[in-house]
Design a protein around this ligand. Structure first.
Ligand code: FPP
Length: 239
């Protein structure tokens, strides 16, 4: 295998990121927390571009959890506004060939945001470049409960034999239906936990925790995380 082929083989197919540290980054600069999220959103786009360049096929970012509603209203509003701008911009840039998917419960979101999400997903569904998944009002436990409810309903309606429920079927009942599990999950900002992110999907994901705040995260940090990933020996329970 040539060096180039080796390198290609070691690039993860799916990278998940927890965009953590925006608030601390803003505080260090005497800025409102929303300024940290704004910078975080810019970094997210740069990182998606870099992922596309190096051959990553799926990126999933944690933009807003089911628990984040507890934050002050002005911070919640600022994050939702950033998502609006991101969606509006994406709709204008159809030619970038990015497929956009949102993961999470949409009903509690503002109706205009729900519409933008639908438009962006529909208009990008046939794109063949990188798939960008944005976890918004997302919780890993809530996702599993939701999937189980769907299957339980089918069973109650007599359309599904409970004995036929297996891992593949539950996996197909989640928001990530059809998307391969993440190979690598990166959490910056020094926190070492998964915070209810992709609980089902990350059973065998490699974790890399970096001591940099998300707004300072650069393509070089991503490359470093991928280098660490490439050195790991993934056994998936085997030997
Ligand atoms: C966590 O950092 C970050 C969030 C809860 C919000 C992330 C949202 C964005 C970057 C903007 C919108 C996203 C897109 C895809 C356009 P934190 O606030 O918990 O940081 P802290 O731990 O330093 O307080």
């Amino acid at each position: 295998m040539s060096n180039e082929q080796m390198e290609h083989r070691l690039v993860p197919t799916h990278v998940a990121v927890i965009m953590d540290g925006n608030g601390r980054w803003a505080k260090q600069r005497g800025l409102p927390r929303s300024a940290g999220h704004k910078q975080g959103a810019k970094v997210f786009e740069k990182i998606c571009d870099h992922c596309q360049k190096i051959g990553v096929q799926y990126v999933t970012a944690y933009a807003f959890s089911t628990e984040n509603w507890k934050r002050p209203q002005n911070e919640v509003d600022a994050i939702m506004d950033l998502l609006r701008s991101y969606l509006q911009e994406t709709l204008k840039q159809a030619k970038r060939n990015v497929r956009l998917i949102f993961l999470g419960e949409r009903a509690p979101l503002a109706p205009d945001l729900q519409r933008l999400i639908e438009q962006a997903e529909e208009s990008s569904a046939q794109n063949t470049g990188i798939t960008v998944c944005v976890a918004l009002n997302y919780g890993g436990r809530a996702e599993i409960v939701h999937g189980v409810q769907k299957l339980a309903q089918l069973a109650a309606d007599g359309e599904l034999n409970p004995a036929c429920i297996d891992e593949a079927l539950l996996g197909q009942s989640l928001y990530t239906k059809g998307i391969p599990d993440p190979d690598l999950m990166i959490r910056p900002s020094g926190e070492c936990r998964i915070s209810n992110f992709l609980l089902w999907q990350m059973a065998y994901t490699e974790f890399v925790f970096l001591d940099v705040l998300w707004p300072d995260f650069t393509p070089a940090h991503l490359d470093r995380a991928i280098d660490q990933y490439a050195k790991r020996n993934r056994r998936f329970g085997g030997i």
